[in-house]
Design a protein. Structure first.
Length: 402
């Protein structure tokens, strides 16, 4: 098949879409990616991509075109400029003669890897309407609910506009793949998308996370959070728990960057949380070292009713590494931790409950069992080879009209 991929983010930005595209090439498909200029998450254009450099690349067999994109920088204004600049430039590009497969006039199918913002699906709509080819969307972030989780009120003009945009994009797709079972119910209730138009396809973790290490004979417990650091991740919950347990032999390691990082570092410093360590964003190749030292991994999320429908991708990475999970989250994450029997989970944004669960973990004789259960659940439900097979099957089915 000839696949046109639409996603605002691509390598060297840290997203799994690169591996998916390269695997499709390995399986014999032609893939072209229309993406933005890399600047996620700090909002600064990556070195080597400034001033129009590397707008056209071939990376491991994948053709990559980078559309003009205003960097995210900081603040709401730049965030929306970032969103809309890619939406407009990508929609323009896909209608040009440069956006063509090696043979023929049009691609066989469009695939939208939909993170935030949902407007990245706008280019897919334009291409679909021009060439009459099907489009499939992988919904990793629900919109406009992601705005509400970020502080935009649902009765605001901004939210209502994005609700209209989201509805139009979602309803113009031929199929929607969802990372959480709960997404299907929400899309049906909010936008009238029937459940038979959606399919559950959870994310996987890269092989490098399968560290298979067990920490033993340690006098200090090392807890690790790895991922984006923004408002929706509710790292304040970790800091609250760390404050409550400041006298316990526990180190709290926070790896990642994002819009909330500097504020959180100031909070930790001002409250003398000297056992909380911030590492910033680190190359993905270094992550196995942090996972290897962890006695357990942390998941925290905001107590937003729609956000609770989401299963953060870090959960799969934690499980692939065979690590116990201690979480403060509602909804899908809480269900997965409970079903996998891989740790403890309390309510979102509840630092007291998180602290209590950390103590439960310290006293537990099932630490090794939690790790074993996590890896077993991953292999049965989230393995990469299963994902790729099902993903290719979905593309083929939609592309051939089955």
């Amino acid at each position: 098949m000839k696949i046109l991929v639409i996603c605002q983010y691509y390598y060297p930005e840290p997203f799994r879409i690169k591996d998916i595209c390269e695997e499709m090439v390995r399986l014999g498909h032609e893939v072209m990616v229309v993406t933005g200029i890399p600047n996620y998450p700090e909002g600064v254009i990556y070195k080597g991509y400034e001033k129009g450099k590397k707008r056209e690349e071939v990376i491991n067999g994948v053709r990559v075109h980078r559309c003009f994109t205003i960097p995210r920088k900081s603040g709401m204004i730049y965030r929306f400029l970032n969103y809309f600049s890619y939406a407009f430039t990508s929609a323009h590009f896909v209608k040009t003669k440069k956006c063509r497969p090696s043979v023929g006039e049009a691609f066989d199918i469009i695939f939208v890897n939909q993170l935030s913002p949902v407007m990245m699906g706008y280019a897919a709509m334009k291409y679909k309407n021009k060439y009459k080819v099907p489009a499939i969307l992988y919904c990793l972030d629900l919109w406009p609910e992601s705005l509400a989780a970020g502080g935009i009120k649902k009765n605001s003009f901004i939210y209502k506009i994005f609700h209209i945009i989201s509805k139009k994009i979602y309803r113009n797709m031929d199929r929607i793949l969802v990372t959480s079972r709960m997404f299907s119910e929400h899309l049906e209730a909010e936008f009238g998308i029937p459940k038979n138009m959606t399919e559950y396809l959870p994310q996987y973790a890269e092989d490098l996370f399968k560290v298979n290490s067990q920490t033993t004979n340690k006098s200090v417990c090392d807890l690790v959070f790895a991922g984006n650091i923004g408002r929706v991740q509710s790292i304040d919950t970790i800091l609250e728990a760390a404050g409550l347990l400041r006298d316990k032999p526990i180190n709290w390691h926070i790896i990642g960057s994002g819009t909330d990082l500097e504020r959180l570092k100031n909070v930790a410093e001002n409250t003398a949380l000297d056992k909380v360590f911030f590492y910033g964003r680190r190359p993905v190749e270094e992550m196995p070292e942090f996972y290897a030292m962890a006695d357990a991994m942390l998941v925290t999320m905001s107590a937003d009713p729609v956000l609770s429908l989401t299963l953060p991708g870090k959960v799969q990475s934690y499980m692939a590494a065979g690590k116990p999970i201690i979480a403060a989250a509602n909804g899908e994450t809480a269900e997965i931790v409970a079903n996998a029997c891989c740790g403890f989970c309390g309510p979102a944004e509840d630092g007291v409950a998180l602290a209590e669960n950390v103590i439960r973990f310290l006293k537990s004789n099932d630490k090794a069992k939690f790790g074993y259960n996590a890896r077993k659940f991953y292999d049965n439900n989230f393995a990469q080879n299963n994902f790729i097979k099902r993903f290719e099957d979905e593309l083929t089915a939609v592309g051939t009209g089955q």
